[in-house]
Design a protein around this ligand. Structure first.
Ligand SMILES: [Zn+2]
Length: 343
């Protein structure tokens, strides 16, 4: 009788452990704050707060995803954290130029084509902070994956220069944070925004610990990202660029992931997968001229999930980059979150 009782207890404990594990595997963090809406880019700018609003509304009202999403709070990145990828003088420039602005007035960052308002420095730091909090939660095994719905985007920002709507390079700082605070050796950054992430490439161009993979439209802004750009010094072979001509769609996107990214990752074996998730390559975007659809993004997410599960214990963080039609961002983010939540 005693043995039977013990067996029942053990079975019950094992089942709850399995359930807890499954539970963790299916929970996905959405990193979002209303403060992201405060970065004011003026009337008629494609990178504006409405991009985020409808995604968040759709996610909240998606009954299939709702039980699987958590919405953690986070704080702005510190200056020390920004310095993981940016120069002290550039961080100072952003501070000074935003502080000088009056409420409700906007201007351009002196380093490039990025509109700023008084709140922009705070909001850009918060975007980085969202990524940092997400990877801290993933590394402490609270969750396996997250999607950071942030503004402004980051992948055009170099160590010393904001440009292309970007202020701080969100994914680059998060990659360095993973290495410094969590002792990871090898990080993959995948960038499927329609534009080449020149800033991210630049920051890791001589580095063999961060593999940068970008698939983008060419010729297009910012013109960099040719397949001949493969990294230099010890970073040679750790940058992989794929050009796609105007009009390319899901087929070309998926071929690239299957035939180029996958074999490269079988060699590199990343310990964490970061994604610069821009949706301006979606058909009908205001800026991009590629024709991906939300189904294409879903298929891409499945491939990335395979890579993450094979080598990185499933650890994955998506961070929003571009995408200028709110409905397209929303549909694609919903699809990707469905993949992350196994739904
Ligand atoms: Zn873009």
């Amino acid at each position: 009788m005693k043995i039977l009782f013990l067996s029942i207890i053990l079975l019950f404990t094992a089942n709850s452990l399995i359930a807890e594990n499954l539970n963790k595997k299916n929970k996905v963090a959405v990193m979002y704050s209303d403060q992201f809406l405060l970065h004011d880019t003026g009337k008629n700018h494609p990178e504006n707060p409405s991009r985020l609003l409808s995604v968040v509304e759709d996610l909240i009202s998606n009954p299939l995803l709702k039980p699987y999403l958590i919405w953690p709070k986070f704080t702005p990145a510190t200056t020390d954290q920004l310095q993981l990828a940016h120069t002290k003088s550039y961080i100072k420039t952003v501070e000074l130029e935003t502080d000088l602005l009056k409420n409700n007035s906007i201007s351009y960052l002196s380093t490039g084509d990025t509109v700023i308002s008084k709140q922009s420095n705070h909001v850009a730091r918060l975007a980085v902070g969202a990524g940092i909090k997400a990877v801290d939660m993933i590394m402490s095994e609270e969750i396996n994956s997250a999607f950071a719905l942030v503004r402004p985007p980051g992948h055009h920002a170099t160590a010393s220069r904001g440009m292309g709507f970007c202020i701080y390079n969100n994914v680059a700082i998060v990659a360095r944070h993973l290495q410094q605070q969590h002792d990871l050796k090898k990080i993959l950054i995948v960038d499927f925004d329609v534009h080449h992430g020149n800033g991210t490439q630049d920051i890791f161009y001589e580095d063999n610990s961060v593999f940068y993979f970008s698939v983008h439209q060419h010729p297009f802004y910012p013109q960099s990202g040719r397949p001949t750009e493969k990294g230099i010094g010890k970073g040679k072979g750790f940058t992989l660029n794929v050009d796609l001509p105007k009009g390319s769609g899901n087929k070309e996107l998926l071929n690239t992931f299957k035939n180029q990214l996958k074999p490269a990752m079988d060699k590199f074996k990343p310990e964490f997968v970061l994604v610069s998730a821009g949706f301006d390559a979606h058909e009908g975007d205001l800026l991009g001229q590629l024709n991906y659809t939300s189904t294409g993004y879903k298929q891409t997410a499945l491939i990335l999930k395979d890579i993450a599960e094979k080598y990185a214990l499933g650890r994955t963080l998506y961070m929003l980059e571009g995408g200028y039609v709110a409905k397209n961002i929303s549909q694609s983010v919903n699809e990707i979150l469905g993949v992350l939540a196994n739904k």
